[in-house]
Write a protein that binds this ligand. Structure first.
Ligand SMILES: C[S@@+](CC[C@H](N)C(=O)[O-])C[C@H]1O[C@@H](n2cnc3c(N)ncnc32)[C@H](O)[C@@H]1O
Length: 272
C-alpha cells in the first residue's frame, strides 16, 4: 500500500469515479443492514479505512453522527476538503483500524470498498477485537469485500476520466495468486496535462482474498451471529435479502455476513 493512498490521494475519486456515482445506493444498502441487524438505533457511526470519505460523507448527509478514520493522512486531507466544501460536520482522524482507541462509543462501525482485504488472518483477528471494543452493546459492524468467485483472468481494464483540464487514464490489472489466495491489484495511472506533459504512477496493492466461508470462520471466533448478504447491485438494481444465517448461540456476541455477486457484505454484531 503506498502511492494509491499517498501521492495519488487527490486523484483517488477520479480513478474510482464510477464507484462514487453509486455511493448513495451503496449506503442505502448499508442503512438497510443497520435496520435489519443492529438491535439498537444507529445514530453514531465510525467509518474505518474511510479513505477520501465517500461513505463517511454519505452517512453524514443521511443524518448520522460520523467519525472517519484512516491510516493515510493524504486521504484524510482530501476527505476534510470535501466536507468543508459541502459544509458537513464530521471528524476525520488518523489511525490504524486494528488498534482503535475507543471504548463502546459507536452504534455501528463500517469498513467499505474491500478495505478489509488489507488484513491477513492475524491482523483480521486484531481488527475484529479492535472493532468490538469500539462498538456499543447490540451495535453492528458492516464490511464488504470483493467476491473471489468473480475474478476472471481478463486483460487490463482501461478507463479515461476528465478532471478539470487534466485527463486521467487508469489501466488496471488484476492477478490472482492461487496458492496464497492473494489478489495483486495493479494500476498504471497517467495524468495528462493540456500542455502534453504526462505524469505516470504505478501502484501495486497486495490484497488478501477470502471466501464467504473463510470470513465466516474468522468472524465467528469473535461474534455469535454472522450474516452474509448479496451485493447491493443485482441486474435489477435491487437489494437482496439475507442469504444465510449461522451460529445462533444465546451468548454474548453476534455477527452477520452477506454473500454477493461481485461483492460480499459482512455484518458483525456486538450483543453483550
Ligand atoms: C479501498 S480504500 C477504501 C476507502 C473508503 N472506505 C471508501 O469506501 O471509499 C482503502 C482505504 O483503507 C485505508 N487503510 C488501509 N489499511 C488501513 C488500516 N490499517 N487502518 C486504517 N485505514 C487503512 C487506506 O489508507 C485506504 O484509504
Amino acid at each position: 500500500m503506498g502511492e494509491l493512498y499517498r501521492s495519488l490521494a487527490r486523484y483517488y475519486d477520479v480513478i474510482y469515479r464510477a464507484r462514487l456515482e453509486r455511493i448513495s445506493q451503496e449506503i442505502g444498502f448499508v442503512e438497510r443492514i443497520f435496520r435489519n441487524d443492529a438491535r439498537r438505533e444507529v445514530r453514531r457511526v465510525l467509518d474505518i479505512a474511510c479513505g477520501t470519505g465517500a461513505p463517511t460523507l454519505e452517512l453524514v448527509r443521511r443524518g448520522y453522527e460520523v467519525v472517519g478514520l484512516d491510516i493515510n493522512e493524504e486521504m484524510l486531507t482530501v476527505a476534510r476538503g470535501k466536507a468543508q466544501r459541502e459544509e458537513l460536520s464530521v471528524e476525520f482522524m488518523l489511525g490504524d483500524a486494528a488498534a482503535l482507541d475507543f471504548q463502546e462509543e459507536f452504534d455501528a462501525v463500517t469498513m467499505l470498498f474491500s478495505s478489509i482485504l488489507y488484513f491477513d488472518e492475524d491482523r483480521i483477528n486484531e481488527l475484529f477485537n479492535s472493532v468490538i471494543k469500539a462498538l456499543r452493546t447490540e451495535g453492528v459492524f458492516v464490511a464488504d469485500w470483493s467476491n473471489l468467485l468473480f475474478y476472471r483472468d481478463e486483460g487490463p481494464d482501461v478507463r479515461e476520466e476528465r478532471e478539470g483540464n487534466e485527463i486521467v487514464v487508469t489501466t488496471t490489472w488484476r492477478e490472482f495468486e492461487n496458492a496464497s489466495q492473494r489478489l495483486h491489484l495493479k494500476h498504471l495511472v497517467q495524468i495528462i496535462h493540456p500542455d502534453g506533459e504526462v505524469k505516470a504512477f504505478f501502484t501495486h496493492e497486495n490484497l488478501n482474498v477470502y471466501t464467504a466461508r473463510e470470513m465466516r470462520l474468522l468472524a465467528e471466533k469473535h461474534f455469535d451471529e454472522v450474516r452474509i448478504y448479496g451485493d447491493f447491485q443485482r441486474a435489477s438494481g435491487e437489494c437482496v435479502e439475507t442469504l444465510a444465517r449461522w451460529n445462533q448461540r444465546p451468548s454474548s456476541l453476534n455477527a452477520s455476513i452477506s454473500l454477493s455477486f461481485s461483492s460480499l457484505f459482512l455484518t458483525l454484531k456486538r450483543t453483550y
